[in-house]
Design a protein around this ligand. Sequence first.
Ligand SMILES: [Zn+2]
Length: 346
Amino acid sequence: MVMLTDLARVLRAAGLKVVEVDGWKTRGYRHRARPNGDVVDVRGIVCHHTATPWSATGNYPSLRIVRDGRSDVPGPLAQLGLGRDGTWYVIAAGFANHAGKVRDDGYGSSHTLGIEAEAAGTGDPRDWPEEQVASYARGVAALQAHYSGAWVKGHKEICAPVGRKIDPSFDMAAFRKRVAGVDLGEREGGASRDDDRDAAPAGWDNRGYSKAWISTQQAKLNRLGYDLVVDGKRGPATIAATKSFQATHRLTQDGIPGPATAKKLDAAVAARAKAKHHRRTTTAPTHVYAGIGTKRGRLLPKGYPFTVVNGSGTKVGKTWWVQTTAGNWVRGAKTTKAKTATKKKG
Ligand SMILES: [Zn+2]
């Protein structure tokens, strides 16, 4: 049913370091029941450790085995890997043979996401450095939020028969507590708080811009007639409004209100204020049903500076209005009205 192709994005949005392993988006174990190598759904997140000894060097020495499998179990053996330093390795978007025999079908690999964290798990004191555990908890919290409250369990808690697996070697109750305490609203670490560059929790991504910055741009967009919640979150509505604005101002339509867009927004807000003053002395509609891009049919306040006219009219009361490219309002012709009406129906 699903390939989990948003894994890298979700982890990055939580401010985590992510390595995308080549081919991960199409990687999944293909079997008779699931020839496409996908999973049915994500009901839970299963934590593992790799049990690779510390004699293996590198940050994630288990990568090859997790990706390709062992002689007795074909890969991938997990969708995600976690390095010793807390770096996430995105290995597969599809079905991974991580759970094996389980106590309940719902715990199986068709319904769960597996994470193989690099650890010997033998009680070696080098296991579970703080940066790794912090990243483990943060990543799981982000994934849990993304997959609508999926449960979090250790392999040792779901395997059948009981005792077949011992991983992960840390206490799961304490780990879940730590996951529950993760604040996804802010990126951890010194510099981030100082410059107010909060990381985005799952579901929205400010692309490195602070909430304060995004709020400022949202307020400007609202002054231009958009109707956004000023919350500092670059969510779907803000992205759509930004793209719409960028489209009418010949900016790259990436939906990111960066410096160039912010500058144009300032100019547009100033122009609108000026236009508003000017229109007091001219005949103009009190409201505008603008016909720009996705905002077609939207009620905008008087003076909203849209420039694309091309037959899109504006009805105020019984009168149709058309704005010329020079910015003047003129009564629309009947043909304009008909054209617009047809357009709106389609
Ligand atoms: Zn395991």
